[in-house]
Design a binder for this molecule. Sequence first.
Ligand code: PLP
Length: 411
Amino acid sequence: MKIKKGIPLIDQHDKNGFYGGKFGGNFIAETLKKPIEDLTKLFEKHREDKNFIKERDNLYKNYVGQPTRLIKLQNLTDYLGGAQIYAKMVSDANGGAHKIYNAITHAMLCKIAKKKYICTDTGAGYNGKMFSMVAKKFGLGCKVFMGTRDIKRQKPNCDAIIKNGAEIVPVDSGSKTLVDAVSECIRYWVANCDKVHMGIGSLVGPNIFVKICGYSTAQISRELKIQLEDEFGEIPNKLKLINCVGGGSSAYGFWSEFIDYSKKQIELIGVEAGGPKNSKLHAAPLSKNSKIGVLHGAAAYCVQNSDGQINETQSISSGLDYPSVSPIHCFLKDTGRAKYTYATDEEALDAFKLVTELEEISPSLEPSHSFAETKKIAPKLDSSNIIVVNSCGDSLKDKDIIKKRLGSYLR
Ligand SMILES: Cc1ncc(COP(=O)(O)O)c(C=O)c1O
């Protein structure tokens, strides 16, 4: 299993959609074959089209507000006393997170396909919020499938979805979280795909959804590359790019331009949700060595029991609370190009507290997992090492959870 240089990872699958011969694919019902084929043709026709890219880049610039900042966290650097720490402030993006990039591509494809409705899933509510934003902008009807447990814990994003005129479809089955929302959304699409376009909110699902999502979030690393060259005059020699991993869309977007560099020069570190310290439940299929299973149309490492049934997951962070992960990250893990670890709920909260006390940023609980890893490794490194954390979401959506767990929420 090898990564080829000079080819985006999202294009390194075989004709059946498998990466490394075993991750991904299209495990779909017969009824979905045609809509998936149509979507694949549509995307492949437009992804390199000059006008499509021009419109996309214009939206990224004038609607998302690209580039998001790269800032040095000097106080955190001084406090931890080792590596120099930077944050890529992807939370600056319109709507507050990276999910806007994928939502834009899907809305553009939906328009070209002359469909008037768009549907999606959401966990943290950010993906739902971004789809509701682009639906409003493009004049599309929008349904957002969301677990009832997440509806309760991510109220600010739910309020935004409703304000934008989209409908939240509550999903009360299973664990009432992201995994159930994705299943329900796909079920709805199967029955309505002639009129409705579906976008999956992460780098997961049948292969075409992995590709569209990765194509979109790759914007993050295109910006970062330029910003690093501006800051250091070159790409640093000892660079560590730390990103939380739920499905894996922000991590792929943050890393895609850097995958071809040697891992000695650029380390890619993914941080999964380790769940509560004293619980056996987690959402860390890569770092806790889960077996390969099939979920939402793709083969990937999956949190499962010995019979292959998907296990319940637990995390303080709705965005990371997903039992499987992108086939792309499974490929990156097995080739050894990226390494994956986890942070517990408590470690993420401690890191949130530290970062917000020292710096004028307020990462959501997802990137707080990345700061937890930073807290662990930065003091062991010297100042010739550069750590960049993707601060891919804003904590406002987590204010109730943070207040409950830490006693107060200050921004
Ligand atoms: C702010 C934020 N970060 C990270 C994630 C995890 O998703 P992904 O791994 O696809 O980036 C989410 C998902 O909702 C999110 O909202």
